[in-house]
Design a protein around this ligand. Structure first.
Ligand code: UDP
Length: 323
């Protein structure tokens, strides 16, 4: 298939591009390179530099690509920033998304796989989390993703655009070539690996008084290659609607740091810091629906493998893509 892939210079988009190409698909990447890296775009893909907020640019790119389907990764994705500047999030993640759907209609493209998030659920009533839990986002980032899910639901109902929402839990890991390089970096695993690399002195644990066995927050860490595989199953299959993507097993912040110590052989000093606003105690997926309906099965469910792959990429790219 030919895929029009927004955000293909970013972390999840670049690795999905690589996996699609490895399986023989064609990929046209649409990215403004504001957060992404040109070096992260596989040379077998065509890169069109453009911004989703530029309605004409999206339309022109879509018309020239004439893809079979769209994968939509491009978005702002920092919870804290979204609290400080909500309109930035709605303009890009929602208005930009509308431009994308309009371009699809103009080019008669009838299928989209959308990068959604467990942040659309807010504080869940129960874990493991199934897709039918109420969606009550607690920050503009999660709200922007939920709004675009709703827009796509109407696009499906009124315009016949088949829409799949993949609600990711915590994406991590790397391939040999592509990995995680955000500026600023806020995610736990890369920050822990920065300490092991000697780039930082210690990692901060944001709160140890949560309602969990060791008091630190529990998250569901899922390998980026497994996420990419779910996209390929979704685009080549015939299903619509939401799918949670996680391993179904949660690890606490302290457990993540312990596994990183084991993998890297570095003591990784850690200190307890205040809670980060908006962090639920536990976010763990039930991915039963993805297993049963999409036939998805994570290849790297073990956190040790996930951290080992990320570590290997950080070692071969000590300064990220800037090297
Ligand atoms: N976290 C932490 N120290 C850090 C970064 C993150 O203790 O320097 C915690 C954070 O509070 C959360 C978990 O690690 O409980 C995962 O955070 P991350 O930002 O990686 O992903 P999120 O769950 O926010 O999407």
């Amino acid at each position: 298939m030919k895929i029009f892939l927004t955000g293909g210079a970013g972390y999840i988009g670049s690795i999905t591009t690589e996996c699609l190409l490895d399986e023989g698909h064609d990929v046209v990447v649409f990215d403004n390179l504001e957060q992404g890296h040109r070096e992260a775009v596989d040379s077998r893909a065509l890169l069109i530099e453009g911004d989703l907020r530029d309605r004409d640019a999206v339309r022109k790119a879509m018309m020239s690509a004439k893809p079979d389907a769209v994968m939509h990764f491009a978005a702002y994705a920092l919870v804290g920033e979204s609290m400080d500047d909500p309109m930035k999030y709605f303009r890009n993640n929602v208005a930009g998304g509308v431009h994308l759907v309009e371009a699809m209609l103009a080019a008669d493209v009838k299928k989209i796989i959308f990068s959604s998030t467990c942040a659309t659920y807010g504080y869940p009533d129960r874990v493991p989390m199934t897709e039918d839990l109420p969606q009550r986002p607690v920050n503009p980032y999660g709200e922007s993703k939920l709004m675009f899910e709703k827009i796509l639901t109407w696009a499906q109902d009124r315009e016949g655009i088949q829409s799949v929402f993949l609600r990711y839990f915590n994406a991590c890991g790397a391939t040999d070539q592509y990995g995680e390089d955000h500026d600023p970096e806020t995610h736990l695993i890369p920050l822990v690996l920065f300490v092991a690399q000697g780039k930082r002195d210690k990692v901060k644990i944001f709160g140890d008084d949560y309602d969990t066995p060791d008091g630190t927050c529990i998250r569901d860490y899922i390998h980026i290659v497994d996420l990419a595989q779910a996209h390929i199953l979704a685009v080549t299959g015939d299903h619509v609607g939401p799918f949670n993507l996680g391993n179904g097993s949660g690890y606490s912040v302290k457990q993540v740091i312990d596994v990183a110590r084991e993998v890297t052989g570095h003591p990784v000093p850690a200190e307890i810091a205040p809670r980060r606003p908006g962090d639920p105690d536990r976010l763990v997926a039930s991915s039963e629906k993805a297993y049963e309906v999409l036939g998805w099965k994570p290849r790297y469910p073990d956190l040790k493998d996930i951290i080992a792959h990320a570590w290997s990429w950080h070692q071969s790219h000590p300064d990220g893509y800037r090297a």
